[in-house]
Design a protein around this ligand. Structure first.
Ligand SMILES: [Fe+2]
Length: 302
């Protein structure tokens, strides 16, 4: 039988304790979502209307464009969904500015998504499947070691959201040397430092994306490529998927919330429907203990 973790509640925790927990690859859990959620009728609208409109796994509001790209729905639905997600994104960022102010300077507020579909049994390709344990890699082009911070809320009024985890990125690298081999990519080049070619590419993308902002997603770095290979290996290797050492399940009841650095906490979504997910990129320089970050873990190991 799979062990289930009972998470401690961080509702009364200090900013320092929350930041330490996040950087130490803990899940900062709130039994009741600590910020104001969308109105009940707006949540009903998201839960009932969006699954009718889309077969995509996320309905994602992008703050940089102020819209939900590729969302094929009648205009009133689009306008209302955009307004709800925009306001939730604002509520999350205001809350984080209050509880973890040291993480916020220079951060990039990314997408705010609603997950309209049941996660269990979706038969997606491994790389796209949330049901397989992985760490997140790559967000909005290259991160270069900046941290992927996500705030989740289960807005299903009746059903838990269930996660699986095999623990922290650093512990996984120790237990699974093949992940380190995957990170290295098998090429002659070692390490994650940028060379002249990487820096040239970075400058080119920076210039071009001033004219075409969407080109930012083409940005890349040795660190981001290494993390992408680790992510893909976790999802595609039969041996890694079968290995259940350290595996635990977590249950997030209706209207609970949790804050996680998902580049270092391995996770899968076993089941659940109707979650709000806000993604933020936190500069690595803001971290209190940068040596714990995947960037420095990989830098030391490769
Ligand atoms: Fe993920």
């Amino acid at each position: 039988m799979t062990a289930s973790i009972q998470l401690p509640d961080y509702s009364d925790a200090s900013p320092a304790r929350i930041v330490d927990a996040l950087e130490d690859s803990q899940i900062v859990y709130f039994e009741r979502c600590p910020l104001e959620l969308p109105l009940a009728e707006d949540l009903d609208f998201l839960r009932e209307e969006l699954p009718l409109q889309t077969r995509i796994k996320n309905v994602s509001y992008h703050p940089e464009s102020g819209s939900i790209p590729r969302f094929d729905a009648p205009e009133p639905v689009r306008i209302r969904a955009t307004a709800i997600l925009k306001e939730h994104s604002r509520a999350v960022t205001r809350y984080l500015e209050r509880i973890v102010p040291d993480l916020t300077p220079g951060w990039t507020v990314g997408t705010c998504s609603f997950r309209p579909l049941e996660e269990e049994g979706r038969a997606l390709k491994p790389r796209s499947s949330n049901e397989i344990v992985h760490v997140d890699a790559g967000a909005y082009g290259a991160t270069r070691g900046d941290r992927i911070l996500r705030f989740f809320v289960n807005v299903n009024p009746a059903v838990d959201r269930v996660w699986g985890t095999k623990g922290a990125f650093s512990a996984l690298l120790e237990r699974h040397p093949e992940l380190l081999a995957a990170a290295g990519g098998g090429g002659s080049r070692r390490g994650i430092d940028e060379d002249l070619r990487d820096r040239g590419y970075r400058r080119l993308i920076a210039v071009l994306s001033r004219i075409f902002p969407l080109l930012k997603v083409l940005d890349s770095s040795p660190y981001d490529r290494a993390m992408r290979r680790v992510h893909n290996h976790m999802k595609e290797s039969e041996a890694f998927r079968r290995d259940s050492s350290g595996y635990r399940e977590l249950r997030f009841p209706p209207f609970s919330a949790w804050l996680v650095m998902t580049d270092s906490v391995s996770h899968s979504v076993i089941s659940g429907r109707h979650a709000l997910v806000t993604t933020i990129l936190v500069p690595l320089r803001n971290c209190r203990r940068p040596e714990l970050s995947p960037y420095h873990v990989l830098e030391r190991a490769l």
